[in-house]
Ligand binder design. Structure first.
Ligand code: N2P
Length: 357
């Protein structure tokens, strides 16, 4: 009898270990299917409790992985060998992924919560009829600054950043389109400009900013600015909202020469193994209470009209983060400039980064 118990216990332990091993393997390779769902999102871009809630409600286990740029995310998906079921690219990346046939069409009949999205965010040029993508967050790119570290000086334009007094004071978000866009906009060119002379001029102008740039950083930019480690940051609006939530001394401005208006949407990449689960996840994130909890936690602006009613009026009424889109002059959406031109933007940005060192 004792022998039998021992055999059973051994079998139990061995199978448990095998299960654990398979699970580890899955999460390290982004494999999914069956009862798992691999979600590929920007860093700091979800309320972690929502993942747990989704798992509990659906019995699907989420494997969650993050990226820090559209370019990194696209490369990973293009390369294959991964199994991402849901990803969250920005508009120009969605257009490019569509072009490269990297996306699966979305079945709207599985998304009853889609009705909560403000129509303003639907049917946009980068994805007509939302065939491949569903709104997640939106916002602008701008400057967060700390007047108390700037002798009370206000910042209103990109060109203010070239001020000699700002030596070693600026943190930049690590984004090729964002930094190149800043260079182009500071010269009053479009952030979708493809004229080589303009691009070279923008690169030279960025190089001149180098003495003022303290660092080019990822998500830690929020902590650094809130802790007053630098006076100025070029950031996405949602990060600015987070930072100002931590330290009210700071302010956020969309520079007067113009800037970027962006839309991040959920998509189902061709690598997906659990398409049904992906729809469940997208619909779950569209639920107004979940969307509100998400916006509240990450600080970004939600396109979910119903979710706004669950948010603090102080947040949803803040024009810095919920600008009036019909009056949003000077804001441009990134266009898909094509594979070669996007690579060129990346190259120029990389050269700028290297020049700094
Ligand atoms: C979140 C970054 C959001 C990127 N950390 C905006 N497209």
């Amino acid at each position: 009898m004792k022998q039998l118990v021992r055999v059973f216990v051994t079998i139990f332990i061995v199978s448990f270990a095998i299960l654990l091993f398979i699970n580890r393997l899955n999460s390290s390779q982004g494999l999914s299917g069956g009862n798992t769902l691999t979600v590929y999102n920007w860093g700091d871009y979800i309320e972690p409790k929502l993942i747990k809630k989704f798992e509990k409600e659906t019995g699907i286990k989420v494997i969650y992985q993050t990226f820090d740029s559209n370019e990194a995310m696209m490369t990973k998906i293009e390369q294959g060998g991964t199994t991402f079921d849901v990803a969250v690219p920005s508009e120009y990346a969605i257009e490019k992924m569509k072009e490269e046939k990297l996306l699966v069409p979305i079945d709207h009949s599985k998304l009853p919560n889609l009705k909560y999205i403000n129509p303003r965010f639907l049917d946009l040029a980068f994805d007509k009829k939302n065939k491949y993508s569903i709104p997640y967050f939106w916002g602008t790119v701008g400057i967060v600054y700390n007047p108390s570290l700037l002798n009370g000086k206000k910042i209103t334009s990109w060109n203010d950043l070239w001020d000699k007094d700002l030596r070693n004071s600026i943190l930049l978000a690590d984004g090729a389109r964002e930094v190149m866009g800043m260079g182009l906009n500071s010269l009053h060119y479009s952030l979708n400009d493809t004229n080589e002379a303009h691009l070279q001029e923008a690169k030279r102008k960025l190089d001149k900013l180098t003495p003022n740039v303290k660092a080019i950083v990822g998500d830690e930019i929020k902590m650094l600015l809130a802790n007053e480690e630098a006076a100025v940051g070029v950031v996405w609006s949602g990060d600015a909202s987070e930072i100002i939530g931590e330290n009210e001394k700071l302010d956020y401005v969309v520079p007067k020469e113009g800037s970027n208006l962006w839309f991040d949407n959920m998509v189902i990449p061709k690598t997906a193994k659990n398409i049904d689960g992906a729809h469940k996840f997208i619909n779950f994130m569209l639920d107004p209470k979940n969307a509100a909890a998400n916006a509240d936690y990450v600080g970004y602006s939600t396109p979910n009209e119903k979710a706004l009613s669950y948010l603090d009026k102080e947040v949803s009424g803040d024009k810095r983060f919920y600008p009036d889109l019909d009056k949003a002059e000077g804001l441009e959406v990134y266009e898909n400039l094509g594979k070669r031109m996007l690579a060129h933007y990346n190259e120029l940005f990389l050269e700028f980064k290297m020049h700094r060192k």
